[in-house]
Structures are given as C-alpha cells and as structure tokens.
Design a protein around this ligand. Structure first.
Ligand code: UDP
Ligand code: MG
Length: 304
C-alpha cells in the first residue's frame, strides 16, 4: 500500500479538492493507497474538513496536532503514522502535480527506494525571494554534498528509508536534505511547480529566514569554523601591527598610535561578538536537541 502524506496548515478551502483529486488519480491507476492528512494546528476549519473527508472517502485518515509545529514535524508525524509499504509526501495546495505520484509509484515498483521530485523551475517568485532561496540552497548543497537547488519535499520513500528516518533522533531534521543524505537506491522525477489552487503561502519572510538558519545549522557547523578563520586573520593583522609598532618604538619614531588601537579594538570587539553570537546559536540548537522534547504532539486522529 502507498501512503500519501499531506501536511495541511490553514488549508480548509482546498482539503476536499485535494482529497478527491488524489484519491481519484490513485484509484484510476489501481494503486492501493491511504491519504494521510496532518493538520498542523490550523486556526481554521481544516480539521473539520479532514474529518468530513475521512467520513466520505474511506482511504482518508487524519492526524491533528495540538498546535502548529511546522511542516517538517507534520511530515515526520505522517511518516510515523503511515501504514504503507512506501510513502509519498505532497503539499496540500496541489502545487505538486498529483499525477506524478503514479509515475513515482511505478518507479518504486521497479525497485527504486527513493524517488525524488525535482522542480524543473522554481515557479513564480519575486527577485529577492529567488536570490535568498538560491543563497540558502548554495550553502545547503555545499554542506550536504549534492545539489539541493531543485530539491523539494515532494518525494516517495520506501518503508526501509522511512524507518531509517524515524529512527533518527534529531529534532531539527531537514526532511528534504536528510532523505537524500540517508542514501539508498534513488532516482529523480522532474515536475513543474504549479500555482497554488487556493489560499496563500503559509510562509512569511521571517519564518523562511528562521527555517533557513535552522536547517543550515542542522547540517553544517561551517559558521562556527568561520570564527576560527576570522580569529586567525585578526591574529595576523595584529602581529603585523605589533611588529610595526615595535620597530617604530626602537627607531624612536613611535606615533601616538591612537588610530591603530581604535581600529584593532573595533575589529576584535566585533569579531568576538559575532563569534559568540554564532556559538550561542549553535548552543541553543544543542539545547533544543538535548531537551529531547517531542517533535510534535498529536491531539486526536480520525482512527479512533
Ligand atoms: N504547512 C504546514 N505547516 C506550516 C506551514 C505549511 O503543514 O507551518 C504545509 C502547507 O499546508 C502546505 C505545505 O506545507 O501543504 C507547503 O506550504 P505552502 O504552500 O504554504 O508553501 P510554499 O508552497 O509557498 O512553499
Ligand atoms: Mg505551496
């Protein structure tokens, strides 16, 4: 059986359509399936719509979070609840073409364990957004070791891969990268990002920046090493200035040297602060991990 995992946050308008569209496509392709909606603490009637659909279509199941935990958590809750031999993660807004699920499933039947949906383009995005996204994916690609610029959360995972992901006890898991990082026999399927069918994007600029920082820190400690490099540079500059100062002192031409001192003070001061900030950021992430809080809290499901 195929489990389709659909994270939904304030998607009341689109739930009925998403459920019927995906259900129909999979029925026609004669793929045994379940549709698993994860209500990520929506403030609207998303959960009511999900329970309605679960009453009408028997392949629909729902899980409801106690509050908003973020898409990443919703995906992991879906993976944990899914009963299928393979799982597909797809957005609720139908931006990921559901017909592709069939193609992905056929590839799984041929023995591929991970089928990655890659965007053939990034859809409509403003210039600044595009630039920010590109920088983020460049950093991520560098630290993960493969191209992430077209990666998305739209992918199929075999039960084996799902279990591996579920057994990782990382809290700040970045699904998109982690699912490639685990390896397994994988293949890519290209798709075109569509326009959102209803509602608005659930990501504010601030939430995207937070998302980017969390994911960068969960995959690379490069920013911390940056501090060391800055430290070395400052040390070299300091050494040169000190030698110059000493030479002048012995020559008897020592200047008041006020400017040099001030400049050095500023640089060292700022590097120290930046360094501490970066270290503090990582410590806060370590703190989050060691607290060992659950990734999400389930309030209710449609299974009872
Ligand atoms: N989503 C979620 N929790 C959140 C934000 C988003 O479950 O906190 C879901 C949302 O309902 C949708 C998917 O994640 O199914 C992608 O969100 P969206 O379409 O807003 O992002 P975009 O397509 O603009 O990147
Ligand atoms: Mg979307």
């Amino acid at each position: 059986m195929l489990s389709v995992i659909i994270p939904a946050y304030n998607e009341e308008e689109i739930i009925p359509k998403t459920a019927s569209v995906i259900d129909k496509i999979l029925d026609e392709a004669q793929i045994p399936h379940e549709l698993l909606f994860i209500n990520d603490g929506s403030g609207d009637h998303t959960w009511d719509r999900i329970t309605e659909q679960a009453g009408m279509i028997d392949t629909v199941r729902g899980v409801c979070f106690s509050r908003n935990f973020g898409k990443e958590s919703a995906i992991f809750a879906g993976l944990a609840t899914a009963r299928g031999d393979c799982c597909v993660v797809i957005d609720c807004d139908l931006q990921h073409p559901p017909e592709k699920i069939v193609e992905m499933y056929r590839l799984w039947e041929q023995g591929y364990e991970i089928v990655e949906g890659v965007k053939s383009d990034r859809g409509k995005e403003s210039g600044l957004h595009r630039f920010a996204a590109r920088s983020f994916y460049n950093i991520m690609s560098g630290s993960v070791g493969f191209d992430m610029s077209r990666a998305s959360d739209f992918k199929l995972l075999d039960r084996k891969a799902v279990n591996v992901l579920l057994n990782m006890n990382e809290k700040n898991a970045f699904f998109r990268a982690l699912s490639s990082w685990i390896g397994f026999k994988s293949i890519e399927v290209e798709y075109e990002v569509r326009e959102r069918e209803a509602g608005v994007s659930k990501w504010s600029t601030l939430s995207l920046v937070k998302y980017a920082l969390t994911n960068i820190s969960s995959f690379t400690s490069a920013p911390m090493q940056l501090v060391t490099i800055l430290g070395i540079i400052v040390f070299v500059v300091g050494l040169a200035t000190s030698i110059e100062a000493l030479v002048r002192f012995f020559q008897g031409t020592a200047q008041a040297g006020f400017t040099t001192v001030i400049i050095l003070q500023c640089f060292i001061g700022s590097f120290t602060m930046i360094g501490l900030g970066i270290i503090g950021f990582y410590i806060s992430k370590i703190y989050d991990e060691v607290k060992g809080r659950p990734r999400y809290i389930i309030d209710k499901t449609t299974d009872e």
